[in-house]
Design a protein. Structure first.
Length: 363
């Protein structure tokens, strides 16, 4: 029996962030079920995928010429139609452009709740009549529902290595993980640095703590990165670590006792849902790793954090600092939160749960 063929086009493969890991993970499940995986991209990204995401595929991924690259030719050209009709499944991460696909099954993978990315006009609705929409979180899915776009949610999974290997001695480290860039749903590094400085000044409990900022850095964001280094201003208790591979990042999670996530800080999610966190994979990784996790109270983190039970939500600097003090002074509460958080991730975001959901929605 001939293997079924699946193809993916994502115009954002130059980033390789959490959304890219999510869609590649879906393809991994399909490959394990016997699908041949094809990707429209002019560069073979296999090594980057393995190093950045620790994702191993049974068979080689096939990288095909990016037939969508040249915008001078409409997506509905005869070449595109002839190519896509050969696939059983086609996945598309949209940049707001849409086209008809003659593949047997078609999916739009929705990473960002930004209205102009989705088919709200009649022409794009006609183009996507044979597509299904997959949201990366309930938060994204709820916004799609508001825009009358029917969808199903597939949450990402958290690697077993975070969940299983827990018995590592923690150090006095506050960790924050997120790409270094100032736009879209910015990780608010400048705010994090300033709040950390205030925290150390206001509380003796945190005088020996270090803040570590880790995340991806692209060349076009280097000015922002240098601005952060200037803000740090030789403070030895603040470390910035760009472009770590999976193993290096994993070690930081295991050593850190606290985790901060500020995405969306100061943003009204009802006006700008695209600027808050859409799910929160890094908070989940932190929770699985035994970090007490603090997230700004907006977007996806509100789905995963139960305040005071498996982590903390905060609305402003004052609230964060108060809850930081509570967590550090109450050892029994701290132990309970760590245990509850790790169990929550294992029960809801394991690979087995993810695999089952992918098969329910797609296969």
């Amino acid at each position: 029996m001939k293997n079924k063929k699946v193809a993916l086009y994502n115009p954002y493969f130059d980033i390789l962030g959490g959304g890219e890991k999510h869609i590649f993970s879906i393809l991994k499940v399909l490959q394990e079920d016997g699908f041949e995986i094809n990707i429209f991209w002019d560069e073979n990204l296999t090594k980057q995928i393995e190093k950045k995401f620790s994702l191993q595929f049974i068979n080689k991924l096939k990288f095909l010429p990016n037939i969508f690259r040249n915008k001078a030719f409409p997506f509905s050209t005869l070449q595109t139609l002839r190519t896509l009709i050969t696939f059983d499944y086609f996945f598309y991460v949209t940049d707001g452009s849409y086209f008809f696909s003659p593949a047997k099954k078609n999916f739009v993978f929705c990473m960002v709740p930004q209205k102009n990315l989705y088919p709200t006009n009649i022409i794009n609705k006609l183009k996507t009549a044979n597509y299904q929409f997959i949201a990366n979180s309930q938060f994204t899915g709820n916004w799609l529902n508001k825009w009358r776009i029917k969808n199903q949610v597939i949450h990402p999974y958290i690697d077993d290595v975070f969940i299983d290997n827990y018995n590592v001695k923690k150090e006095k480290i506050i960790l924050s993980v997120g790409r270094f860039f100032p736009h879209l749903h910015s990780k608010q590094h400048e705010v994090i640095i300033n709040v950390f400085k205030k925290l150390k000044q206001s509380s003796e409990y945190f005088k020996d703590y270090k803040l570590i900022l880790a995340g991806g850095l692209k060349k076009e964001d280097e000015n922002y990165f240098h601005k952060l280094k200037t803000l740090v201003n030789n403070d030895q208790s603040i470390l910035i670590k760009p472009n770590l591979d999976f193993d290096e990042l994993y070690k930081l999670y295991k050593l850190s006792c606290l985790f901060w996530h500020f995405t969306g800080f100061g943003i009204d999610e009802n006006i700008h849902p695209e600027q808050v966190e859409h799910l929160g994979m890094t908070p989940l990784e932190a929770m699985a790793s035994g970090c007490i996790t603090f997230c700004y109270n907006a977007g996806g983190p509100k789905e995963i954090i139960k305040d005071g039970a498996n982590g903390f939500l905060f609305n402003d600097e004052k609230g964060l600092i108060e809850k930081m003090g509570l967590s550090i002074k109450n050892q029994e509460l701290r132990k309970k939160i760590i245990s509850t958080a790790r169990r929550y991730v294992k029960e809801n975001f394991s690979y087995e749960v993810f695999q089952k959901r992918v098969k329910e929605v797609i296969i």
